[in-house]
Ligand binder design. Structure first.
Ligand code: PMP
Length: 287
């Protein structure tokens, strides 16, 4: 495997960062997880824009242009002969002193990994997954904007541990107001009376690129969709529920906290959107 590190392709063994990098010391940095379908970078512009917005919000100056990073991703894909897979693009604050001061880190480190991805087993896509509602509350915007895709994922990791302890694959995170925000690394949708509902950005979510694509596909399929607050009771009473994310794509949730959602099987609207999503990713069409 070849990893792109600060402008050079190096072997996996050579792809190392110094222990004094603030990415390692403090989780100070930003990243993107991006899908590759048929040799194309899926939603490349949206991912690059989100990376630069995350970096701006933490006052990190990325030492490359957006186009340079897109070119670097294609170079990494070619070097690894990846035609369908996943890219991890990371920019850390760089080496500094032991103190927090990010402005003592003059040179950010940038790296790109191209690899395969399989988040959940095939069976789960057919039958749906069970999830719980976590006790860990999603970080609010006044603490750290959830729209910043930073290297500091401990808030989500603690909720993920709750899921693992409960024997399920994902956990739904509520915000400080008690409304549904998202899961640990995926966004959430419910279907009620034929209408699609997903939490507002202001509920404290990472605005997923898959979420945005699903909303456009729903519009094309004439499935009414609304962004509004979702309460835990709305989850239990939903006809269908599904999750969206770059690695997960679209996956049905059939059980929440041990209670069956709808019929307890992936519902018709979820299946329709999953099919439309797969078709769209294969088509190479840009929305
Ligand atoms: N929420 C969180 C917390 C995430 O980390 C991610 C990405 N892994 C998502 C939602 C989904 O976003 P996207 O569709 O852009 O992958």
């Amino acid at each position: 495997m070849k990893v792109w590190l600060n402008g050079k392709l190096v072997t996996k063994g050579e792809a190392k960062l110094p222990v004094f990098d603030h990415g390692t010391l403090y989780g100070d940095g930003v990243f993107e997880g991006i899908r590759i379908y048929g040799q194309r970078i899926f939603q490349a512009q949206a991912h690059i824009d989100r990376l630069f917005n995350s970096a701006r919000d933490i006052r990190l100056a990325i030492p490359y242009t957006k186009q340079e990073l897109i070119d670097a991703m294609y170079e990494t894909l070619q070097a690894n002969s990846v035609t369908d897979g996943y890219i991890r693009l990371v920019v850390t604050r760089g080496v500094g002193t032991l103190g927090l001061n990010p402005f003592k880190c003059p040179d950010p480190n940038t790296f790109i990994i191209a690899d395969q991805v399989a988040l959940y087993p095939d069976e789960m896509y057919k039958k749906g997954m069970a999830v719980i509602i976590a006790k860990t509350i999603r970080t609010s915007a006044s603490m750290l904007k959830p729209s910043v895709k930073s290297l500091n994922y401990l808030n989500n990791i603690l909720a993920k541990i709750e899921a693992i302890d409960a024997g399920v694959a994902e956990a739904i995170m509520l915000n400080a107001q008690g409304n549904v925000a998202e899961c640990t690394g995926v966004n959430l949708f419910i279907v009620k009376d034929g209408q699609l509902v997903t939490p507002l950005a202001s509920a404290g979510i990472l605005e997923g690129i898959t979420r945005a694509v699903v909303l456009i596909l729903a519009e094309r399929l004439e499935i009414p969709a609304e962004q509004k607050n979702i309460m835990p009771e709305d989850l239990y009473a939903a006809d269908e529920c599904f999750l969206t994310g770059t690695a997960a794509e679209v996956i049905s949730v059939t059980k929440i906290d041990g209670k069956a959602i709808g019929t307890g099987q992936p519902g018709p609207i979820t299946r329709k959107l999953l099919e439309a999503f797969r078709e769209y990713t294969r088509s190479g069409e840009e929305l």
